[in-house]
Design a binder for this molecule. Structure first.
Ligand code: BGC
Length: 761
């Protein structure tokens, strides 16, 4: 028997395996297990969903019944957790998930998903964190750290550019490299470099024409070379297209089992010489390392269901976002006042998670209706009316009449609205952003008889509120809050706990304002990310669009002030470090938690920069009148952009504005700093233009010297009219009549400059 515990003696293990055994290790054995090797004592391990709870199916071979799995705590899906902006909470949720995996003998939990919310219509947005890569990356890294602290692996997914469900298996996401590096990859990068996930799951789709599973640039150049990843790359379930190409690209493990087809394809390719043994060995080594890591896990005798439910409730409390609260209608006084009408089927039948592979079989489910009744028992009457049937197309007149009667007889009506489950699932996208018509009609009817309406929403992705929110004095965006969401909503409505979440995605006035309009979900097998860097608030800011609620928005039952903004440049140059400090004050008379946000703006750059980008944030819990100093440190990436010419990140010198805000549109303080930047210039080639030569001292000296006193020089250096000529690549200029240099002398000169390329302008 081989001891497969870490550290593994990989050379010895590899030497002991036959080619057939190696190829077999790169394939699953069923839906959820790797293949073991009895001869060498290599066990099969289980990998299963994920992400916001464990979905371990009773029979390991089946994936077809998505509804039957062992009971597990259903924490809020990512859409909720993201609104907490609380890495410490995510870490604790991760620890609990890790413990549930240990109790169920699961080696790897398949999550979290960190794809960007490019369009609010993506059917899987409930499983993703944000439209902002920094927020998504920080939260996901904390979750992964929590899971892996229990010696259970995580699988950050779906790598990469899987931002829609329509044609997700085949569509090619056409995205320029700068956009990939600045928007679609950084959340993965943060998780990989900071939390070191045991596995990374490749997506189904193509990126710029190449399947993620066969994408060497993605899986090897970016992931392993640039980010230093040393874990295992696993396919999404059924994402492998050509197995041999996938191994060569850096995809180690195919899941689920290919029933031998993948193994044979690998053996054939090695025999044909199109795949090297070294490439296979590397993949096998990654599988063996994963298996070894998983053997460190101490088994757990069950888990504390009560404690995990309590944590799910805590997480739900932080996940809801109070969008509006006119006249302080919330919180409701639990002790005095007339009846409260609780209207809407979702109060009784909570919608707390989305559909598809992430669907958890909860250990219990709290409804808001039961929780409100329990909290108000003997103090305020609760009148319930379901108001509508979930998934019905048309309003039910009798249910509306019953709801109107309840609202008329009450001091206040709390109306629970949301999206029917069929609209939000893995596998398809939404067609619009509206709440169902029957629910909107119900709200109008209720608001007509009672001016005191508070709406509670249950939805996994943003819905438009502009058409109906005037009919509600308060709106609590409850997203999907997991199994304890109902109890949490009751706590929030009654003020037992103040709301503290903030939006991780913009709520636009209308769908048509979204940047992906016209290129979502694409056509003829391809989707063009034409909006480039401008997703989410970056787009709404750039276009000066009014939004219903901006990224980063969220109210509390108290108010906050900001003061004493200090900025210190700790290091300058190519790798600047900047320390930011400020004070947040609770200026109201209730306790509350503020999420302060730091945005960086680069007002004058040689390339297009978004108006502002989130670069830091902090949750601050404050008693009435209390204040707290917040310190954040920014590194080079807070100021850098992806320079396609350099093929690297670059900090361009100049002024940067640092903005502290309560949301992306509620900036309270700003400060300007000047950074020297890297001074890097893209290397010159013979194809560089005269303008590019003139931007560098050594090249400028050569060009001005060479063209001095020539008719060509006179035209080219003419301040007003020479611009047109200065745009011509010098190799082409060398062929112009009268050019005093040839392609060969130009090439000589360029060789001299390239050896001194570090020299600045
Ligand atoms: C999903 C993954 C999931 C896997 C296993 C796939 O269809 O895209 O997120 O982990 O199935 O259920």
């Amino acid at each position: 028997m081989t001891d497969i515990r870490t550290p593994v003696d990989l050379p010895a293990l590899l030497a002991g395996l036959t080619p057939e055994e190696k190829a077999a290790l790169l394939d699953g054995s069923d839906f959820w297990h790797t293949q073991g090797n009895e001869r060498l004592g290599i066990p099969a391990i289980m990998l299963t969903d994920g992400p916001h709870g464990l979905r371990k199916q009773a029979t390991s071979a089946e994936n077809l019944t998505l509804t039957t799995s062992v009971p597990a705590t259903c924490f809020p899906p990512a859409v909720g957790l993201a609104s907490s902006w609380d890495p410490a909470l995510l870490r604790r949720v991760g620890e609990a998930l890790g413990d549930e995996c240990r109790a169920a003998d699961v080696a790897v939990l398949l999550g979290p998903g960190v794809n960007m919310k490019r369009s609010p219509l993506c059917g899987r947005n409930f499983e993703y964190f944000s439209e902002d890569p920094l927020l998504a990356g920080e939260l996901a890294a904390a979750l992964v750290t929590g899971i892996q602290s229990r010696d259970v692996g995580a699988s950050v997914k779906h790598f990469a550019a899987n931002n829609q469900e329509t044609d997700r298996m085949t569509v090619s996401a056409q995205v320029d490299e700068r956009t990939l590096r600045e928007i679609y990859l950084p959340a993965f990068e943060k998780v990989v470099t900071e939390a070191r996930p045991w596995t990374v799951m490749c997506s189904y789709n193509k990126i710029n024409g190449v399947y993620a599973s066969e994408n060497h640039w993605l899986l090897t150049d970016v992931l392993r070379r640039d980010w230093g990843y040393d874990g295992l790359v696993i396919s999404d379930w059924g994402a492998v297209n050509r197995r041999d190409r996938a191994v060569a690209a850096g995809l180690d493990l195919e899941m689920p089992s290919s029933r031998g087809a993948g193994t044979q394809a690998i053996l054939d390719a090695v025999a044909a010489g199109t795949l090297s043994e070294t490439e296979v060995d590397q993949a096998v080594a990654n599988v063996l390392t994963l298996v070894a890591r998983s053997q460190e896990r101490e088994p757990l005798e069950g888990f504390d269901e009560q404690a995990h439910h309590a944590l799910a409730r805590e997480a739900a409390l932080e996940s809801a976002v109070l969008l509006k609260n006119e006249g302080g209608i919330l919180p409701l006084d639990p002790a005095s006042g007339g009846a409260i009408a609780v209207i809407g089927e979702f109060a009784r039948t909570p919608r707390f998670q989305g559909a598809g592979s992430s669907r958890v079989n909860p250990t219990r489910v709290d409804s808001a209706l039961d929780s409100l009744r329990a909290a108000l028992a003997g103090r305020r009457a609760v009148l319930f009316a379901p108001g509508f049937v979930i998934e019905a197309d048309a309003a039910d007149e009798a249910l509306v009449a019953e709801a109107v009667a309840a609202a008329s007889a009450a001091d206040v009506a709390v109306v629970f609205l949301g999206l029917p489950p069929s609209q939000e699932s893995e596998g398809w996208d939404r067609e619009h952003m509206e709440l169902p018509r029957d629910q909107r009609e119900l709200l109008a009817a209720v608001a007509a008889v009672n001016p005191n309406v508070a709406v509670v929403l249950s939805n996994g992705a943003a819905v438009t509120v502009s058409g109906w929110q005037h009919q509600a004095r308060a709106v609590l965006e409850g997203w999907l809050l997991g199994q304890a969401g109902g109890a949490a909503v009751a706590d929030l409505l009654l003020g037992a706990v103040p709301p503290s979440g903030k939006l991780a995605e913009t709520i636009p006035v209308r769908l048509e304002h979204n940047p992906a309009i016209g290129s979502f979900p694409g056509e003829n097998g391809s989707v063009r990310y034409g909006e480039g860097l401008l997703i989410g608030y970056r787009w709404y800011d750039a276009h000066r669009l009014e939004v219903s609620y901006p990224f980063g928005h969220g109210l509390s039952y108290t108010s906050f002030g900001y003061r004493d903004f200090d900025v210190e440049v700790l290091a300058d140059g190519a790798a600047p470090r900047v320390r930011v400090a400020f004070t947040v004050v609770n200026t109201g008379d209730r306790a509350g938690t503020e999420i302060a946000q730091l945005y960086v703006s680069d007002p004058a750059a040689s390339v297009y920069r978004p108006e502002q980008e989130l670069r830091g944030f902090a949750r601050v819990e404050l008693a009435p009148g209390a204040s707290q100093r917040v310190e954040l440190e920014l590194g080079a990436r807070a100021f850098a952009y992806w320079h396609e010419g350099l093929g690297d990140w670059d900090v361009e010198g100049g002024e940067f504005e640092l903005r502290i805000g309560a949301s992306s549109r509620d900036i309270r303080m700003t400060a300007t700093i000047t950074l020297a930047g890297s001074g890097s210039v893209a290397p010159l080639t013979v194809d560089s233009t005269a303008e590019e030569f003139l931007a560098r001292k050594d090249a400028r000296d050569w060009l001005t010297g060479t063209l001095a006193n020539t008719p060509l020089g006179a035209r080219l250096f003419n301040e007003r009219y020479g611009r047109m000529m200065r745009a011509i690549p010098l190799v082409r200029l060398s062929r112009f009549p009268g050019a005093p240099f040839t392609e060969a002398t130009l090439a000589d000169a360029v060789r001299r400059f390239t050896s001194a390329n570090a020299e600045g302008p």
